[in-house]
Design a protein around this ligand. Structure first.
Ligand SMILES: Nc1nc2c(c(=O)[nH]1)N[C@H]1C(S)=C(S)[C@@H](COP(=O)(O)O)O[C@H]1N2
Ligand SMILES: [Mo]
Length: 197
């Protein structure tokens, strides 16, 4: 059964659709560069930094982690929102349990196969809705949307969710990712319209 988390907006605002957004039925693709190719034989996901146990998982090993399905909304900073996306994958906190996060870890950097990075405070990643996902609407996540594996962050603009995620780094100091260094908001709360900084 899918867990519907679309009510999370109630924490942030009165309306499910954040201010300045319009709802779309389509699922547009937004990437800084092209869709990278990947080889299922050599694909790996790494977790490193301020952790007890660094991980290097194959795709099959990643998919052996305890999985769940959630229905989430998706808000792009360029102004469109897509409601009721069904994502299947592993929550960030499940992955965090597997690595044993150090007490002094406060921040997280996500790394992706196209060189993209994005950052969030650790507590913002530990929300149940932050997931590493491989499934979308009952199918494999399409490559353009970040397959084989991407991050989703329904409480933030979608640039906080790395497509083609290849690793997660646990940090003891905040750092900024690709768009956060180039003028997008570091905090990215859609209900406060934190688009640019
Ligand atoms: N690796 C990677 N992840 C990324 C991006 C990117 O260029 N590379 N773009 C971000 C931006 S700006 C948005 S709005 C969403 C778009 O996701 P979509 O293409 O599935 O709609 O992915 C985010 N994650
Ligand atoms: Mo975006």
């Amino acid at each position: 059964m899918a867990n519907d988390v679309t009510h999370l907006y109630e924490e942030f605002g009165d309306d499910r659709l954040p201010p300045g957004q319009r709802e779309t039925q389509r699922f547009p693709v937004l990437s800084k560069s092209g869709t990278p190719s990947w080889d299922p034989e050599t694909w790996s996901f790494e977790a490193w930094g301020a952790v007890d146990t660094e991980l290097d998982l194959s795709f099959d090993e990643f998919r052996d982690l305890p999985a769940e399905t959630q229905v989430q909304d998706f808000h792009c900073v360029t102004g469109w929102s897509k409601f009721d996306c069904e994502f299947e994958g592993v929550t960030f906190s499940t992955l965090a349990d597997a690595v044993g996060v150090d007490d002094d870890a406060v921040h997280v950097m996500f790394h992706a196969m196209d060189g993209y990075t994005t950052n969030l405070p650790l507590d913002q990643c530990m929300r149940d809705e932050v997931m590493f996902v491989w499934g979308y609407d009952g199918e494999d996540l399409p490559a353009d949307h970040g397959g084989p594996l991407r991050v989703v962050t329904p409480h933030k603009y979608a640039y906080k969710g790395a497509k083609w995620v290849s690793g997660v780094e646990f940090l003891t100091e905040p750092e900024r990712g690709y768009w956060e260094k180039r003028g997008y908001s570091n905090t990215a709360n859609p209900w406060n319209e934190e688009r640019y900084s």
